[in-house]
Design a binder for this molecule. Structure first.
Ligand SMILES: Cc1cc2nc3c(=O)[nH]c(=O)nc-3n(C[C@H](O)[C@H](O)[C@H](O)COP(=O)(O)OP(=O)(O)OC[C@H]3O[C@@H](n4cnc5c(N)ncnc54)[C@H](O)[C@@H]3O)c2cc1C
Ligand SMILES: Cc1cc2nc3c(=O)[nH]c(=O)nc-3n(C[C@H](O)[C@H](O)[C@H](O)COP(=O)(O)O)c2cc1C
Length: 600
């Protein structure tokens, strides 16, 4: 390949260099790697804020750009893995989160890979909203010079599977860009589709970039690297965390069951920050595995081989496959075997499919629409079990080597029987000393303000309150002087006020400055957090205008949308905005990282 690029002059004076050497002295390799990512992030931030008329570099012709949009880290991991693979192959590449990508660079870009998940009801992840809007807008440039490919991430239990990946793919083509190879669509067993897509992306990048002129003069570029985990534990290699405590924190007469779970991370080296989530690998409850085996009339001891791995059928079902969430591909495979007109009809009607996926678990489908299945085909058709994420409800500064979670245990009735949620039930059933396989999922988009004097407003009904327990603990331990305001809501004051005693104590101690509550089942007219926000609209607007950071956590389907609408209404009522400028006001807050959401 090409000659090495000329070494650039060091853009640091002697003093600055000496200072950097002093600061990094004694750091081990992992720490240095982390610091390099941190500094790259700072640099990218500075560049973003620099003169917006800065010229686009000529490097675009000879490098690949990877842009990712990711809510919970899966797309980011794939984008970073691809960047590492390209880099290892000696190809110039930069990887950027979508909100760090300067959109006007698109018209100079030559090779673009987009890795993006789908959230909400077919919506982009928060960090890719502006990217998707810009691309879809009338001002999007024509892109005849661009070659590209898209990897969409999604969950086939949603009808709009990988919708955002598809939308971006189609839009880039409509703008005149050339699709290099077919879009990848990764389900929650992300690597199954993502690994082959990455291999093709590497091959295509080799062809495209090695053919490009002037490679010898280009310095490999990296975008803002995200700090890598400093430990050996990961999603694929979880730490077995001993359970310390499992406490029900709602009253006996509550309609739901919410647990406060404490796990030990002692000896793991695992670290986390307020805002991060904990990934949990569950196992299916034996009673559900038995029920599925009975519905299939299958023997759990039967050996089943999938991709070279042989296990008893019962083991495949209990630890390796989803049984509580249905997916469209499985329904399609089952419909063929069941020869059911009702299933066939649902597969071509979005609404009916949504109702089917939402209202049935696997066992319901097997019983309502019996069909012959061979054990190996059945296991192969089921989706691999995926870990579940839980917002971390503790600060290390307060709890040391522990991690706390707030878990709503999914349980409901269907077809006259009790149905459960896999991971929440798994956690609720753990006793002291039991090991729970976990990993840390960092969330750089949900962080406390770097400036401890800033006020924060936390909107977290239900289990959405979890990260705010971590936030208040952290701000207490670090003696942050900014004020903390919590909006909490649930059904009943008496039975569902999660962490009531802790909030009251924090209020007394001056660590929680304001708390507003909305209990929906206390009065005939239901009151939710968005009503509480409107009630406090004037003060809330003043807090925000004085620099407060806003955080929203919890239900994505309704609450987050209603809160978003309430915030825009507040800007109209108290900030002199009209509907359009209120939306811009909120978008600007989000761009400044002063409006962050962690919704699910
Ligand atoms: C970033 C992030 C943070 C999160 N933080 C938290 C947190 O702090 N606390 C928390 O509790 N959860 C949190 N979650 C949600 C959590 O990850 C799980 O999705 C949740 O616990 C359910 O998982 P499960 O395995 O118990 O249920 P599953 O087995 O995945 O789901 C059971 C099935 O039952 C269906 N279902 C559920 N309720 C009903 C009903 N009433 N009627 C009919 N069908 C129903 C569901 O649609 C689903 O198909 C978070 C999610 C994300 C992405
Ligand atoms: C609240 C929520 C809504 C989601 N909505 C969709 C959807 O409409 N379509 C889809 O294909 N996937 C959907 N997903 C699944 C995610 O796209 C999938 O988990 C993906 O791997 C996440 O990647 P990320 O971590 O990079 O965001 C949703 C996930 C969550 C938590």
């Amino acid at each position: 390949m090409s000659a090495l690029p000329a070494r650039p002059a060091i853009p640091l004076g002697q003093d600055a260099l000496a200072q950097l050497t002093r600061l990094t002295e004694g750091l081990d390799r992992d720490a240095l790697q982390w610091a390099s990512g941190y500094l790259a992030g700072l640099a990218a931030h500075t560049i973003r804020q620099a003169d917006s008329a800065a010229p686009v570099t000529a490097d675009a012709a000879v490098r690949a750009t990877i842009v990712y949009g990711s809510q919970t880290g899966n797309a980011r991991r794939q984008a970073e893995a691809l960047a590492a693979e390209l880099e290892q192959a000696g190809l110039p590449v930069r990887v950027l989160r979508a909100d760090a990508y300067r959109l006007r660079e698109l018209s100079a870009e030559r090779l673009l890979y987009v890795v993006v998940s789908t959230q909400g009801d077919g919506d982009p992840p928060d960090d890719a909203r502006a990217f998707v809007e810009h691309l879809g807008g009338r001002r999007a440039p024509r892109l005849p010079q661009l070659r590209y490919a898209v990897l969409g991430l999604g969950d086939s239990s949603y009808p709009k599977f990988c919708a955002v990946g598809a939308q971006i793919d189609e839009r880039l083509a409509a703008l005149g860009a050339e699709q290099l190879f077919a879009r990848g669509e990764a389900d929650v067993d992300v690597d199954t589709a993502a690994a082959p897509w990455r291999r093709t992306a590497l091959t295509q990048a080799r062809i495209a970039l090695e053919a490009a002129p002037a490679l010898a003069t280009v310095t490999p570029l990296r975008g803002p690297a995200t700090p890598r985990d400093a430990t050996a534990w990961s999603r694929e290699r979880p730490f077995m965390a001993p359970l310390l405590s499992n406490r029900r924190i709602v009253g006996r007469d509550s309609a739901g069951d919410v647990r406060h779970i404490e796990l030990s991370l002692q000896g793991s080296g695992l670290d986390y920050r307020p805002g991060d989530a904990l990934g949990v690998w569950p196992a299916q409850p034996p009673v559900l595995v038995e029920a599925v085996l009975a519905a299939l009339r299958a023997d759990g001891a039967e050996a089943v081989t999938i991709a070279g791995q042989t296990l008893p059928l019962a083991q495949w079902l209990s630890g390796r496959r989803e049984l509580t969430r249905l997916t469209r591909p499985f329904v399609a495979a089952h419909a063929q075997r069941a020869r059911s007109a009702a299933l066939d009809a649902a597969l071509v009607d979005d609404g009916a499919l949504r109702a089917l996926l939402d209202g049935h678990q696997l066992i319901d489908l097997l019983r309502r629409f019996p069909a012959p299945w061979d054990a190996a085909d059945f296991v192969a058709a089921l989706r691999p079990l995926a870990p579940r994420l839980y917002s971390i409800a503790s600060s290390r500064a307060a709890v040391g080597d522990e991690v706390h979670l707030t878990v709503a245990v999914v349980g409901y009735e269907a077809f006259g029987e009790a149905r459960i949620g896999c991971a929440s039930r798994f956690l609720a059933d753990r006793a002291e000393g039991d090991a729970v396989p976990v990993f840390v999922e960092s969330n750089e988009r949900f962080r406390l303000p770097g400036d401890p004097t800033r006020d924060i407003v936390m909107i977290g009904p239900g289990t959405g309150v979890a990260p705010f327990r971590a936030f208040v603990q952290e701000r207490t331990e670090t003696a942050a002087t900014g004020r903390n305001w919590l909006f909490f809501g649930h059904r009943h004051f008496r039975s569902d006020f999660l962490y009531q005693a802790e909030w009251q104590q924090a209020h007394r101690d001056g660590h929680l400055h304001r708390i507003d509550l909305a209990f929906s089942r206390e009065r005939p007219d239901k009151v939710y957090v968005q009503h509480a926000l409107r009630r406090r609209g004037r003060e809330l607007y003043d807090w925000i205008e004085s620099g407060a950071h806003l955080y929203v956590c919890g239900d994505a389907s309704r609450m987050a949308r209603d809160v978003d609408a309430a915030l825009r209404e507040i800007a109209v009522a108290h900030g002199g905005h009209d509907a359009e400028s209120a939306a811009g006001w909120l978008a600007a807050l989000a761009a400044e990282r002063r409006y962050s959401r962690d919704v699910y």
